[in-house]
Each structure stands twice: as structure tokens, then as C-alpha cells.
Design a protein around this ligand. Structure first.
Ligand code: ADP
Length: 480
């Protein structure tokens, strides 16, 4: 991994760390504001609202009691106040309709006989019920006023005044308690965030190191990430990915080494044969011809190997061209014709059982390779006077191609390997018949890319049967 990429990843991680911390800090601040602000606000509103209910009710009750008097005097007001028990801790003033104080419950400052020009009293004298409350850090200061109406006219006003330090002290205490609680909570949260960030950074660092090491080609590097969360799931995925890369890399290496080995053998033969011609002075014409025929055969083999390799590479890179409807029976008949010569040479008879059309959606080249390679093997690995039977049939929505031979067969233990690249059961026979060990792997790749399935059954010494199943193509619709 280049330094700039590593630096970019490091920057990404630290920006992620910053964003997570910022999000935590924002959340914590929001939580602190909510904890400190809302309960205090709520409590304050509740105190004010209960004061309003109580004081307005008291003012209106006293005003209603005073309505029966034709004239207000300090005595009848005193009696009413005592009777109704509305005073409690509050100061009560009663004025006549001109705002002159008739009654004052205060023992310390008596304003009787003076004009009371409080806005609440003026409001009450104009016929309204008034309530006001002000909260300072020290007390709730509230007042309520109500008009006294007699025979439809305002005869005076009732004024209640309350200075409550107790509720204010309670509110202050609650605020202090909440602040202390917030401080404790913040401490715990900050500790939690720090611990989380520490473990998060450490685990991200592990991932980062892994990505870097694998980027440098160390595919066996594994991350050991503890826990059951998303990061450990990423760690597991990362390990599975590197395992797959490692396997692919081994397969690639094996393939390159097998391919070089396969190419080396014909090249060595060509070298040997040409060297013999060069080293032997006055070699007989027939011998030269024989050696050159040998060279020619090796060149043909090299060509076959490189064609097969190209075929596989193309298949790996670009699985399938645009499929078209192809008749499997027609392809089988064409291959039987092409293989007629070599079958006759081995003394093998090819029988084709196929009637009508058997259409499948396929790449024509791919289908040809599948049929040809299977039929060619059935001829090559047969015995003299042997038989090759090729059958194509429709089995519901599936088209089945069966290639059966009466040849040498494949031992059971080898069956799982025959589709591997460069795998040969009988090496000498394969080479003698010009085999490359790539035919069946090309078949398997094509069958896979055509969406089919291949199976093999074999009895060693008796014969082999390959069956390939394709999805049948129905005219006028997609593949079934
Ligand atoms: P090759 O080019 O060697 O034929 P293939 O990939 O086509 O390579 O086949 C792999 C091996 O499987 C062959 O070398 C051969 O030993 C065995 N094999 C394939 N087809 C048959 C068959 N019909 N009968 C017996 N052995 C077979």
C-alpha cells in the first residue's frame, strides 16, 4: 500500500474519531440542557399556576362576600376577612371605588386612608380580575385583584399580595441538585466516551494495519478482533476475504507453474529433435523427415495448449457472450462428423441418438466446446472396436446431453479431480492422444457459464458417462 493511501486512511480514521467525539459531546450537551432547564421551568410554571388558582379564587371569594354590603367599611371588611379565612400569610387590601384603602391586613405598614395606585387595583376598579406573578431568585411575588360589585356598580376592589420565599428556596435547591447530578453524569459519560474511543481507535488501528499488510502482499495476515459487534464482523469478513485472496493467489501460482511445465515438455522435445538434425551430419532424408514430423506434432500440441489457455483466460475474464437459441442435436451431429476420422483410426463407432430440435439458450462457441471435448475424450479414451453413444433428449424443462463410452473408465478416487486444470488420470495416454489436461476444465467452465450442470459416472475398465443438463429454450418466451 502506498504511503499516500495509508496516510489517507489514517486521516479518515482520525476524522471519524473526531466526528464520533463531536456527536457524543453534542448529545451530552443536549442531555445536560434538557436535564437542567426543563424540570426547573416546569416546576416554576406549576408554582405560578397553583398561586394563580388559589389567589384568584381567594380574591373573588372575598369580593363576592363584600358585594352584599351597601357601603364598605373597615369593620365589615375585617369581619368578612376573618370569616372567610382568606388571609393566611398574605397581605389583603380593600379599597373603595375611588382607590382609597379601607382595609389593610398588614401589621407593620398601615396604608388605610391613602390612595392605592397599583395597576392591579386600577384594573380591578375597571371591572377586571387581575393576577400577576414575578419570580426572582429570592421569592415568588404574586398579586391578585378583583372588583367588588354592588347593584351593578363597582363599589371597590380587593387586592391580595403574596411574597413566597419558601417555594423559591425549594426551586433553588432543586436546581442545585440537578446541577450536581449533571456534573456526576457528565463525569461518567466522559469516562465512558474516553473508554469507548480508546477501544474504538485501537480496533480501527487493527483493521488499518491488516488492510496495510494485505495491501503489501502479506495475504496470510489475519486480524484478531474480539467482541460481537459490527467491527468484529468486519474483521471476520476481512479474514475471509484475505483467505479467498490467498487461495486465488495459490491457484494462480499453481496454474502458472503447471502451464509453464506443460509448455516446457513440447519445447524440450522440439529442442531435442532439432538438435539431433543439426548434430547429425549427412542425416538420411527419411530420418530428417521423421524428426521434422515429430517437431510438427509438438508444435501442434503447443498450439492446442495455448488455444486452450486462451480459451480459459477468456472465460475467466468474460464469462459468456450474448446467448442465442442453439440446437444441441445439430452441434452433436457436426462433432460426430468432425470426429469421424479419428474415431475410425481408433476403431471406435460413434452413434448419435437425437431426433428433432433440442434448443437451449447458449453461446454457440461454448456449446460447441462442451460437446466436442466430451465426444473427443469418449473417442480418445476408448478401446479398439469400442462404442461412443451420444444422446440428446428433453426431460420436461431440461435438455440432457449424454456422452457414453465403452472405454478405459476413470477410477472412483480420481473422479472429483478430473475437472481440474492440467489434471490427467492416465498421463501417458493423454499425452499420446495429444491431450492437454485442460479439456474438461474448459467444459466445466462453459457449462457453469451457460447455467447448466455436469455429472459423471464411470466404471474403471468398462466405460464412462458424462451427462450435462441445460435449461430448455421455449420459443416465444424466455428460457424455462
Ligand atoms: P485431456 O486433454 O488430457 O484429455 P481432459 O481435461 O479432457 O484432458 O481430461 C482430463 C483427464 O480425464 C484425461 O487426461 C483422462 O485421463 C480423463 N478422462 C476424460 N474423459 C475421459 C473418458 N471419457 N474416459 C476415460 N478417461 C477420461
Amino acid at each position: 500500500m502506498s504511503n499516500s493511501r495509508a496516510a489517507r486512511l489514517r486521516r479518515l480514521v482520525s476524522s471519524l474519531r473526531f466526528r464520533i467525539s463531536a456527536a457524543f459531546a453534542a448529545l451530552l450537551t443536549a442531555a445536560l440542557i434538557i436535564i437542567n432547564y426543563y424540570p426547573v421551568q416546569l416546576m416554576r410554571r406549576q408554582v405560578i399556576s397553583s398561586k394563580e388558582t388559589e389567589m384568584t379564587a381567594a380574591a373573588m371569594t372575598l369580593a363576592a362576600a363584600l358585594e352584599s354590603f351597601s357601603e364598605l367599611s373597615s369593620e365589615n371588611v375585617y369581619d368578612a376577612v376573618q370569616l372567610l379565612e382568606v388571609m393566611r400569610e398574605r397581605r389583603v387590601l380593600v379599597t373603595d371605588n375611588g382607590g382609597m384603602v379601607i382595609y389593610d391586613s398588614s401589621k407593620t405598614s398601615d396604608v388605610v386612608g391613602r390612595l392605592a395606585v397599583f395597576p392591579e387595583i386600577i384594573g380591578a376598579l375597571s371591572g377586571k380580575d387581575i393576577f400577576r406573578c414575578r419570580y426572582s431568585e429570592v421569592a415568588f411575588e404574586s398579586c391578585a385583584a378583583a372588583p367588588v360589585v354592588h347593584s351593578g356598580k363597582t363599589a371597590g376592589a380587593v387586592y391580595f399580595y403574596d411574597y413566597d420565599t419558601e417555594q423559591a428556596a425549594l426551586l433553588r435547591q432543586t436546581r442545585t441538585d440537578l446541577l450536581q447530578l449533571s456534573a456526576g453524569l457528565s463525569g461518567v459519560c466522559l469516562f465512558g466516551i474516553a473508554a469507548f474511543m480508546f477501544s474504538f481507535s485501537r480496533r480501527l488501528g487493527l483493521l488499518l494495519r491488516g488492510v496495510k499488510r494485505v495491501g503489501q502482499g502479506e495475504y496470510s495476515y489475519k486480524i484478531s478482533m474480539q467482541g460481537e459487534d459490527e467491527l468484529s464482523a468486519i474483521g471476520d469478513e476481512f479474514n475471509a476475504l484475505t483467505e479467498q485472496i490467498q487461495k486465488n493467489e495459490e491457484m494462480r501460482r499453481q496454474f502458472v507453474s503447471d502451464a509453464s511445465h506443460e509448455l516446457k515438455t513440447p519445447l524440450a522435445s522440439i529442442h531435442l529433435l532439432s538438435d539431433s538434425i543439426l548434430q547429425t551430419p549427412n542425416m538420411r532424408r527419411e530420418d530428417v523427415r521423421e524428426f521434422l514430423t515429430g517437431i510438427n506434432e509438438e508444435i501442434e500440441r503447443l498450439t492446442r495448449i495455448s488455444e486452450s489457455l486462451l480459451n480459459l483466460t477468456r472465460l475467466d475474464a468474460q464469462p459468456s457472450a450474448r446467448p442465442v437459441p442453439c440446437d444441441v442435436g445439430a452441434v452433436v451431429r457436426r462433432c460426430a462428423e468432425l470426429l469421424g476420422g479419428s474415431a475410425a483410426k481408433y476403431g471406435v463407432a460413434i452413434e448419435v441418438h437425437s431426433s428433432g430440435q433440442h434448443l437451449i439458450l447458449a453461446d454457440p462457441d461454448g456449446l460447441y466446446q462442451v460437446v466436442f471435448n466430451l465426444m473427443e475424450n469418449a473417442v480418445k479414451y476408448n478401446r479398439p472396436q469400442g462404442r461412443v453413444e451420444v444422446e440428446v433428449l428433453d426431460d420436461e424443462a431440461v435438455t440432457v446431453l449424454r456422452v457414453r463410452d465403452t472405454g478405459i473408465g476413470i477410477p472412483q478416487g480420481q473422479l472429483p479431480h478430473i475437472f481440474g486444470r492440467f489434471y490427467r488420470v492416465d498421463k501417458t495416454r493423454s499425452r499420446a492422444t495429444g491431450g492437454t489436461g485442460l479439456g474438461l476444465s474448459i467444459v466445466a467452465e462453459w457449462v457453469k457459464s451457460l447455467g447448466g450442470r455436469i455429472d459423471v459416472r464411470s466404471e474403471y475398465g468398462k466405460g464412462t458417462e458424462f451427462s450435462v443438463r441445460f435449461v430448455t429454450y421455449r420459443k416465444g418466451g424466455a428460457a424455462q
